[in-house]
Design a protein around this ligand. Structure first.
Ligand SMILES: Cc1cc2nc3c(=O)[nH]c(=O)nc-3n(C[C@H](O)[C@H](O)[C@H](O)COP(=O)(O)OP(=O)(O)OC[C@H]3O[C@@H](n4cnc5c(N)ncnc54)[C@H](O)[C@@H]3O)c2cc1C
Length: 340
């Protein structure tokens, strides 16, 4: 075995890659994480994390704001969902990434940054910082995954999110569903400690990002939210889940299409898939119960998305019924959570 051989190589130091690497390294395996960016953490993301599974994944000191009240509105109704505990909290992705990188390094993994993976085979990768061989490869390289392309798995179900970061922390968390404007998507206000993400998400098939941006602008103007002079940020969210284990190669997080197509929630799915893949590599008899639950929720979200996206009237009906059901507590808010 040469110096350049690793038990596991993980491509991508996002939440999926770092959680996977931490668990593998903690059990004594030789683990390498390759990250193309110079800095770990920054990512186009609103930072919302739902409460189910949160305690296991992210420590309280990393939570920027916690929201026991959710404001949910649509074309015809508005409701305030009130709970004793936070239903959604927010994190700052840069701080989360830095914390995850520290715990992963402490567990014994080696992380190299500014190391773009350029080429993949079944036993080695070529990066801008050298060639490394592996027993196991984990593609945690996000929505435009090179590992997924190497495996010849297409991504046709893609969401798109566009946001601005306002330099103030607004008071309330808001979800606005408006099928006429966003079809199955929605707009949000997610405040963090020092800033607020305001944005919009939709199934990419439904409208081009330019139209999504124009409609977000219209919504922001209707609320007198001034975004002028701020830089819009946009990125895809792959939710085309088609499996996670391909012999000695695995797909985690957005690379595996684990995010919700309905809400765009992908941080906890990334962490859960990363951890469960690590546990399965360490013990092939491991029963990935959290992953199975995640996949079930994922399928439920995709079904609802595809069903409501069929026509505008049906979509309006489903979205309005959803809000009414939340308002009347027929379904709990947690039913929309991926880690539920
Ligand atoms: C506008 C927007 C808002 C969002 N808001 C939320 C939210 O509020 N809550 C939520 O849960 N989710 C949200 N998401 C989704 C969430 O950001 C993702 O689902 C999550 O980041 C997925 O984590 P990951 O680790 O799989 O991938 P990523 O976080 O994308 O990490 C992948 C890493 O791989 C690296 N990489 C890629 N290619 C290579 C390569 N060839 N070589 C080396 N490294 C590589 C990248 O640089 C990156 O660091 C949002 C997404 C968008 C676009």
């Amino acid at each position: 075995m040469t110096q350049d051989h690793f038990h596991s190589i993980i491509i991508g130091a996002g939440p999926a890659g770092l959680s996977c690497a931490r668990i593998l390294a903690a059990s004594g395996k030789r683990v390498l994480v390759c990250e193309k960016n110079k800095k770990i953490g920054p990512k186009i993301c609103a930072g919302g994390v739902t409460s189910s599974g949160l305690n296991l994944a992210i420590p309280a000191q990393l939570l920027e704001r916690q929201f026991p009240i959710q404001n949910v509105s649509s074309t015809f109704q508005a409701t305030r969902l009130i709970s004793n505990d936070a239903m959604v909290s927010t994190v700052n992705r840069e701080k989360l990434g830095q914390w995850m990188a520290t715990t992963t390094t402490k567990a014994g993994a080696q992380i190299i940054t500014d190391a773009t993976v350029q080429k993949i085979s079944r036993s080695k990768i070529i990066t801008s910082k050298g060639t490394f061989s592996f027993d196991f490869l984990i593609g945690a390289d996000g929505s435009n995954s090179l590992v997924r392309r190497f495996l010849n798995i297409p991504s046709t179900k893609i969401g798109v999110g566009i946001q601005y970061h306002l330099p103030i922390s607004m008071t309330e968390m808001v979800w606005h569903l408006d099928p006429k404007q966003f079809n199955t998507g929605y707009c949000w206000i997610f405040p963090q400690a020092q800033r607020t993400s305001v944005g919009a998400y939709c199934f990419r098939r439904d409208m081009p990002p330019k139209i999504l941006k124009d409609r977000l602008h219209t919504w922001l103007k209707s609320l007198n939210i001034d975004y002028h002079g701020l830089k819009p940020e946009a990125a895809n969210i792959n939710f085309d889940y088609q499996g996670w284990k391909f012999n000695n190669i695995y797909l985690a997080g957005d690379a595996g299409g684990f995010a919700s197509g309905l809400t765009g929630e992908g941080i906890l799915p990334a962490i859960i898939s990363g951890e469960e893949i690590a546990a399965t590599i360490l013990n092939p008899d491991h029963q990935p119960q959290r992953l199975n639950r995640l996949i079930k929720n994922h399928q439920r979200h995709t079904r609802l998305l595809l069903m409501s996206g069929k026509n505008r009237f049906g979509c309006q009906l489903i979205m309005e019924s959803l809000i009414l059901a939340l308002k009347l507590k027929i379904i709990p808010f947690s039913a929309l959570e991926m880690a539920h």
